[in-house]
Ligand binder design. Structure first.
Ligand code: FUB
Ligand code: ZN
Length: 652
């Protein structure tokens, strides 16, 4: 696909160099030039209305505050700190004709910068922050200077050859570049990165057509599907979109079960999530039924039998097990690698679930997203978004000498910016996912809006036929289940407001249009289908009694254990809150009905404000109060913590 551009030799170098200089000298001027990034267009996904049952409300139509808004806002500082981390050093060195420093010697290191760029562009699109824009310009300048005339880019050390079968990440890296280029184009309207991506994409397709043997069964890392798809959509190239499908089918094997599905040859959880997300995306784009033949069963199988209570996936190293319900609790039980539940794996599952929501319009997809988001995902990052875990074992106890978070020590301490983890993938995935999160909150169709995730927000969105949906939402979710929604449109309007009643929720109540509805069991949207006039309100109450979770008896590693949750939050007992080793604690409650004896205490002074759950328990046969905190807040009080989310029950 040829685009009008300047991607040739010296012109390109000159332009890129000028861009770096301009970014430094004229940073703020460049900002004002691009301040009018596309209004009312999605930044992250753009699903055609023909197939999507609903589509995300664009981030520029939404103002988010509250709990999620706070985390989304913190991403700005995290992105700025990321720009000062070593992830750009390799590009900077190569652009200046130097060897990259050793710190850049990470697998697929280039992709970290591309993920940063994707995230930074979302942040910029929403905030128009001039510092973020200056970093975007500086970094894209370096990237463009590193592009070879045929489109290929690789800064890695030690220098690797193209299509290196030992490394197997060439297509993966390109995929991340394409995603970043699309985000850059949407945020800045500037064509350079998109031109560069097309040049590289054309090169990869030309190699394929020439019969490059790399495409014959090399075990690559899916992501290229998403990359080609999104690039193809952005520039209107069917060839790129078809190539995304070709690669999915040629380099992976998709069967009706996880056991017979191979994502780039393997059962690696991140690869699986990206592959399935990419295929769902191709279907949404062009309706290719063969892309989604097995997706509903695969999604269901992962959710029902391969997912932890925190929404994490990948129990064996970074992999799925062939056998269902094999979910170890502590690192190392099934594998020499003492790892499990990678942060990126949950991001990839969220991406897949989002696209399944687009295909089906179903709320259960957001039940899964919510579970993964509030527990595994937020728990992967420090409360200030400045540090991250790579792996997230459910229980971490005992002597951890010799253990690490994929080589980062101590295993119970997150790697903090501007330092970057030796395998940096998870932090950059955080930047791009926090960046895109504003588009997960609401989706819309021709009839109105869906509220998928509850946080304080305002939304001002115009439906396809011109009706304006303007709402304000107030809530302390996830700490409290009361949600107040007010219609703020100037003119009366008729539309449907669909409110997700979470699967964990019983006896939700909705007061709307003067009537009250009780919903005994969650797991679907409640539809408020009415004429709205200015000031009309909907009051949603999602009761949040403490729940005791008894795992599926087929999960042998969790036999005899229970966990606690309140609303969407899973809890754990953590070392700083007790004067005994957490693994000695037992729960003195009967799984049936016992949770009514648990007291929830609001503590505004703790961990940014949390409910502590006081669970009656025992230690060494003596009664003990077990004060549990939300799992996402663990490991934020020093680097030497221990925690248990699943606890044994006293057997007498
Ligand atoms: O290989 C690229 C990424 O790095 C994978 O998705 C992660 O599992 C980590 O190994
Ligand atoms: Zn990762």
């Amino acid at each position: 696909m040829k685009r009008m551009g300047f991607c040739v030799g010296n012109v390109k170098l000159y332009r890129a160099a000028m861009q770096v200089i301009l970014a430094v000298i004229l940073g703020t001027l460049l900002v004002s030039e691009a301040a009018g990034a596309e209004p009312h267009q999605n930044m992250v996904v753009r699903w055609p209305a023909e197939r999507a049952k609903c589509r995300p409300v664009p981030m520029n139509d939404v103002q988010i505050s509250g709990f999620l808004g706070n985390r989304i806002d913190q991403n700005l500082d995290s992105v700025l700190a990321g720009a000062k981390s070593p992830i750009s050093a390799g590009f900077e060195a190569r652009a200046n004709g130097k060897e990259p420093p050793k710190v850049c010697n990470r697998l697929a290191a280039d992709s970290d910068l591309y993920k940063w760029l994707e995230g930074a562009c979302y942040v910029y699109a929403r905030t128009k922050d001039s510092r973020v824009r200056a970093e975007i310009d500086r970094i894209t300048g370096y990237i463009l200077m590193c592009q070879k005339p045929d489109g290929y880019i690789n800064t890695q050390v030690p220098p690797k050859k193209r299509f290196d079968r030992g490394v197997k990440h060439d297509l993966y890296i390109a995929g991340h570049f394409f995603e970043a280029a699309v985000a850059h184009h949407r945020a800045t309207r500037s064509p350079e990165m998109l031109d560069a991506a097309c040049l590289w994409a054309d090169y990869l397709i030309a190699e394929y057509k020439k019969g490059n043997s790399y495409y014959d069964g090399t075990c690559e890392h899916p992501e290229y599907e998403l990359g080609f798809l999104r690039l193809g959509r952005e520039v209107g190239s069917e060839e790129y979109i078809d190539f995304a499908a070709t690669l999915a089918q040629k380099l992976s094997k998709i069967g009706p079960t996880i056991a017979d599905t191979r994502a780039g040859c393997g059962d690696h959880a991140v690869r699986m999530g990206y592959l399935l997300a990419g295929m769902a995306g191709v279907y949404l784009e062009n309706g290719r039924q063969d892309m989604i033949d097995h997706l509903p069963e695969l999604w269901r199988e992962i959710v029902d039998s391969r997912m932890y209570l925190t929404g994490a996936i990948g129990p064996r190293g970074e992999h799925f097990n062939k056998k269902a319900f094999t979910l170890q609790l502590v690192p190392g039980a099934y594998s020499k690698r003492k790892h499990m539940a990678e942060t990126c794996a949950c991001v990839s599952m969220i991406m897949f679930s989002w696209r399944m929501h687009g295909i089906t319009g179903r709320s259960e997809c957001f039940d899964v997203i919510e579970k993964a988001l509030y527990n595994q995902y937020l728990g992967g990052f420090a409360l200030d978004n400045m540090a991250n875990f790579y792996y997230n074992p459910i229980n971490v106890t005992g002597d951890l000498s010799g253990m690490s978070d994929h080589d980062y020590k101590p295993m119970t301490g997150r790697c903090r910016l501007p330092k970057i983890h030796t395998t940096a993938c998870c932090m950059p995935n955080g930047w791009r996912f926090f960046g895109g999160m504003p588009e997960y909150i609401f989706s819309s169709d021709d009839d109105g809006l869906f509220m998928n995730l509850y946080t304080s927000a305002t939304v001002n969105h115009t439906l396809a036929d011109g009706r304006q949906v303007k709402l304000a939402v107030e809530t302390d979710y996830p700490h409290d289940g009361n949600v107040l929604i007010r219609y703020e449109g100037d003119k009366p309007a008729h539309f449907k407001l669909r409110l997700r009643i979470p699967g964990w929720c019983s006896n939700a109540e909705v007061v709307a249009g003067g009537s009250k509805a009780s919903i005994a069991k969650g797991g679907d949207y409640y539809v408020a289908d009415q004429q709205w006039k200015t000031g009309d309100t909907v009051k949603l109450t999602l009761p949040m009694p403490v729940r005791m979770i008894v795992p599926d008896p087929r999960i042998k590693a969790q036999e005899g254990l229970v966990a606690f949750a309140r609303g969407p939050l899973v809890y754990c007992l953590e070392k700083p809150d007790v004067d005994f080793p957490v693994e000695q604690a037992k729960v003195s409650l009967k799984p049936q009905g016992g949770s009514t004896k648990v007291r929830a205490e609001w503590r505004s002074d703790l961990l940014g404000g949390v409910h502590v759950l006081h669970v009656p328990g025992q230690v060494d046969g003596k009664p003990k109060d077990l004060p549990l905190v939300p799992w996402y807040t663990r490991a934020n009080r020093g680097d030497d913590s221990r925690w248990v989310a699943m606890l044994p029950v006293v057997n007498d």
